[in-house]
Design a protein around this ligand. Structure first.
Ligand SMILES: Cc1cc2nc3c(=O)[nH]c(=O)nc-3n(C[C@H](O)[C@H](O)[C@H](O)COP(=O)(O)OP(=O)(O)OC[C@H]3O[C@@H](n4cnc5c(N)ncnc54)[C@H](O)[C@@H]3O)c2cc1C
Length: 481
């Protein structure tokens, strides 16, 4: 059988996950796979990119080193920006005028950081002034690290997940950091107002200043940033400015290719665009009017697309994702799922406030089932709540029993380490005692660490702590997510 040429445009987390799913289904027998990535690295874990600001290396967050591709027969073109996917001639065109043939193409072009209109942000050359930075790529973070000086000041625009991550990284460098957020509370898309107050307290306790309910309108400084102008007219002195104001799907190449685009690249339940042989996954894809900005939905999309492309399960369909986010933001545990506010008169709201311990929990109950939840300040109840939410099981008549249910006690006694694959500490310790003494072995046995990869540090620590032969433990290797 002649193999088809499968081109993956983009080499971010969606592309990486799709490759894993394809390899798992032996796609190499049906396809010659080629990955075209604008960035010059193998696929890396963008979730951890903030570590670069604190001195981390690209290797530490790399999910697929260049050898990974070659070892699996995948051709990898790093540093190639694809401008157009010409479905009529089955040819990809890159920014340097090169053309590459393909039979099937997948857009995995992700998002770009949104740059808000700010007076004085750019200099005469139309580029952002020295001291103004985006926060998305390894290069962005390397630039931030090179510019940041201890005891200097930074303003971070945006009090969502990205802004708080950037603020924590800068604060850890000894900078005076102020987060400016136009909404009244932090992370207002995932956390309700009261939860946002708890989050704010924890963020402030970490040494970060917070200004909410006010937008920035301009940047001061002739050739470099010296301050940020707020809508009130106040000027916050700042040596640097980090823009973390949201993301926009990268759709330019799809648009230039005549592939239908709304907010993202429009796909159906097969992740197919309207152009035959052209698919899209990840943050660039718009399914049923929704564009997702976190990885769990992307993992689901990649599994379905791999099933479709390889024929492993031609009936596989992506029906959209129930949103569940569990994060550690600036050192604070946050979980959010589904509705964070009631939508109807009959929706019930249960709030448990532990002011002194900085813990806040909220449930939104609709028709006796969990329609949504917010947890700030602890992580033990999150997996159990996610199960109630995901399964849609009827809740106990006393809603508070949810927090005392065996699920929650079990989660507290045996915490989940790998949130992507729901692998608990107990399972991991069992696997280590059964002889998994390296990260690749542990990942192969339990799947832990093969998702976003952010738990791999914890896995390594567990190996060191629980291995029967600690002196001989090997923790290096390629257990990539
Ligand atoms: C700081 C930070 C923290 C985050 N934390 C979390 C978290 O805690 N939990 C969570 O679930 N999610 C988190 N996210 C979001 C998560 O990283 C994204 O959802 C995920 O990276 C999206 O994957 P993607 O492949 O769709 O896009 P990307 O990772 O953006 O990858 C797209 C890739 O395609 C390349 N590309 C674009 N256009 C072209 C082209 N035309 N030709 C060639 N290459 C192209 C880009 O250069 C990029 O390398 C975080 C993101 C950031 C920035």
């Amino acid at each position: 059988m002649t193999r088809k040429r499968l081109a993956v445009v983009g080499n971010g987390m969606a592309a990486g996950r799709l490759l894993d799913e394809l390899v798992r289904r032996n796609a190499g027998t049906a396809f010659d796979i080629t990955v075209y990535g604008e960035e010059t690295h193998g696929c890396y874990n963008r979730i951890l990119v903030g570590r670069i600001i604190g001195g981390g290396t690209t290797e530490e967050i790399t999910l697929k080193p260049v050898a990974w591709y070659a070892d699996r027969g995948v051709a990898f073109h790093a540093g190639k920006l694809i401008k157009k996917v010409d479905a009529s001639t089955r040819t990809l065109h890159d920014a340097d005028g090169n053309a590459f043939p393909f039979d099937v193409a997948v857009f995995a072009t992700g998002s770009r950081a949104f740059v808000p209109p700010l007076d004085g942000l750019t200099g005469a050359d139309e580029k952002p002034k020295a001291g103004a930075f985006l926060f998305r790529t390894v290069e962005d973070c390397e630039r931030i690290r090179a510019y940041a000086r201890p005891a200097s000041s930074a303003v971070v625009l945006g009090g969502g997940l990205l802004g708080l991550e950037a603020a924590k990284a800068l604060c850890d460098l000894g900078q005076h950091v102020t987060v400016v957020h136009p909404a009244d509370t932090l992370m207002n898309l995932q956390v309700d107002a009261l939860g946002g107050q708890f989050l704010r307290k924890a963020v402030e306790a970490a040494g970060i200043f917070v200004r909410t309910g006010v937008a920035a309108t301009g940047v001061r400084g002739d050739d470099r940033v010296t301050g940020v102008v707020l809508k009130t007219g106040e000027v916050l002195p700042a040596d640097m400015l980090v823009l973390a104001c949201g993301i926009r799907p990268r759709v330019d190449a799809a648009r230039a290719s005549g592939v239908p685009v709304k907010t993202g690249i429009v796909v159906n339940d097969l992740l197919a665009t309207a152009v035959p042989g052209v698919f899209a996954v990840g943050e660039c894809a718009e399914h049923a009017g929704k564009v997702y900005g976190i990885v769990p939905p992307i993992w689901e999309q990649c599994a379905v697309l791999a099933d479709i492309l390889t024929g492993a399960n031609p009936q596989a369909r992506y029906r959209g994702s129930k949103l569940y986010t569990r994060l550690k933001v600036a050192g604070v545990e946050v979980a959010s799922m589904g509705a964070i506010e009631p939508a109807t008169e009959s929706d019930e709201v249960i709030q448990v406030v532990e002011d002194r311990r900085g813990i806040y929990r909220k449930l939104v109950v609709r028709d006796g089932r969990l329609a949504g939840a917010v947890v700030v300040g602890e992580a033990d109840s999150a997996p159990a709540l996610a199960r109630w939410f995901d399964r849609g099981d009827p809740l106990p008549p006393n809603r508070l029993d949810v927090f005392c249910s065996p699920d929650v006690s079990a989660a507290a006694a045996d915490p989940e380490v790998c949130n992507c694959h729901h692998v608990t500490e107990g399972t991991l310790v069992g696997a280590i005692r059964d002889g998994c003494t390296s990260l690749p072995q542990l990942s192969a046995a339990t799947k832990a660490g093969t998702g976003c990869g952010s738990c791999r540090g914890t896995l390594t620590r567990l190996i060191l702590k629980n291995s029967l032969r600690p002196a001989g433990v090997s923790v290096n290797g390629t257990g990539h997510g």
